[in-house]
Design a protein around this ligand. Sequence first.
Ligand code: NAD
Ligand code: DAU
Length: 339
Amino acid sequence: MNIIVTGGAGFIGSNFIFHMLKKYPDYRIVCLDCLTYAGNLSTLAPVMDNPNFRFVKESITDREAVYKLFEEEHPDMVVNFAAESHVDRSIENPEVFLDTNIKGTAVLMDACRKYGIKRYHQVSTDEVYGDLPLDRPDLFFTEETPIHTSSPYSSSKAGADLLVLAYHRTYGLPVTISRCSNNYGPYHFPEKLIPLMIANALNDKPLPVYGKGENVRDWLYVEDHCKAIDLIIHNGRVGEVYNIGGHNEMKNIDIVKIICKELGKPESLITYVSDRKGHDMRYAIDPTKIHNELGWLPETKFADGIKKTIQWYLDNKEWWETIISGEYQNYYEKMYANR
Ligand code: NAD
Ligand code: DAU
């Protein structure tokens, strides 16, 4: 099996590559990633010398480069993680989100049509469903929940999902889509809630909580997400969407307080800042379909996953300190200075 994994120098894609190379020693994995600010080649250092692994630095929006790679590799599958992934950045500058998340997806699928493929898998998000109210804990996103997006990021991901389903219906492309809730774990880029709070707390810097911190996310340990995708690409039904979630809803403020406690830092570091525009209130996934069809269940309890994650950031300071000392400083200043 030869699999092209796009976006593999980012958070979830790298964890997926590690999972696949370990579990399937006879598979070839080709990582296609153009190394945006969120992509880090050092993340892939542990597998760079693996003879079953190849890294290719190109953009999924570059048709010529993508077609050339297909001619060289004749992949059996494509798993598309490559995306602009941060909601706050999409609010500042939507354009690149349309390019990468929508056009890039179309280019990859055109290559799959031209050269043939056993499976194209689109890694999508629960954000395509919009949000749920806080006072209706009985409501969850199912695969039938209508698409109802809030941010330029989620709209671009929803646009891609619709294209993927259209390529299946119109051209018979063998596709699957997974829509997952918030991931956490090793190699999470420090602009996101959990790693940002860990890094700031370790540096005794303010912990910027948007609004009242009451927004709810359904947190899933990244390894559990990777295992779910592994099951879907091998056993999932073509043309189907699978929701993935941890049944682990938590308020942002509670997450930040847990991080303070685990690190022995005072809650007085918490600073309430102005809210994200269009901020989704609550995400909650109903993962019944993937459980019933593929036997998937989240394995990592949040209490254990967050401890492992914090320990990883303590043990791998060089990885995130290098990131936050560069261009990231300008981003941070711009986003948080007068918030
Ligand atoms: P990330 O931002 O950490 O990594 C994205 C990777 O894609 C980077 O390595 C980047 O260099 C690469 N990339 C960006 N544009 C590219 C392009 N044009 N061509 C090639 N590579 C490009 O993202 P992540 O958090 O790992 O998310 C991965 C995927 O999972 C995304 O599609 C995202 O929408 C989806 N997702 C993320 C979460 C989450 O909680 N992080 C949850 C559900 C779904
Ligand atoms: O639900 C899946 C989505 O989860 C993925 O599709 C996205 O790619 C991923 O980035 C993530 O989106 P969120 O917007 O939920 O994640 P983020 O870490 O940016 O924010 C989580 C919550 O924390 C959200 O309610 C906003 C809040 N927040 C975030 C930051 C960065 C803060 O209060 N302060 C912060 O500084």
